[in-house]
Design a protein around this ligand. Structure first.
Ligand SMILES: [Zn+2]
Length: 126
């Protein structure tokens, strides 16, 4: 099956949220495998999920203080908003169920990342 990045394939998430704010349409750069995981996660949570950062251009990554080789630059990472401890737990648990093995914990979000070029099986502070 070929995965394509169209809204139809991912009914539980709004793809436009994954665009770098400085480049219209850039959500197309998101990895469909990650989108598929996020679509599934969103389907498990009443009210769904909100993405606070998906794909980033180099300029946008700089402006948000992202690391130089951020996985957001290649579309294999996304930040899911988690405003409560319970929501953080839910997102982490569901991500692990989908075998997402690079997880970052931020104050108001969880960073989920399937970057195969980086260390695997880790939870870091983001
Ligand atoms: Zn992130």
């Amino acid at each position: 099956m070929e995965l394509t990045t169209t809204q139809l394939n991912f009914p539980n998430i709004k793809l436009i949220q994954f665009a770098s704010p400085d480049l219209l349409g850039s959500e197309i750069n998101m990895c469909p495998v990650l989108l598929s995981h996020l679509n599934w996660i969103a389907g498990q949570i009443p009210g769904g999920i909100r993405i606070t950062s998906g794909y980033r251009t180099i300029n946008h990554n700089k402006s948000v203080g992202g690391i130089a080789n951020s996985s957001h630059l290649v579309g294999v990472a996304a930040d899911v908003q988690t405003l409560t401890s319970a929501m953080r737990m839910k997102v982490v648990k569901l991500a692990i169920q989908r075998c997402i093995t690079r997880i970052g914990i931020g104050k108001t979000y969880v960073h989920l990342d399937i970057d195969r070029e980086k260390e695997d099986e880790i939870i870091f502070l983001s």
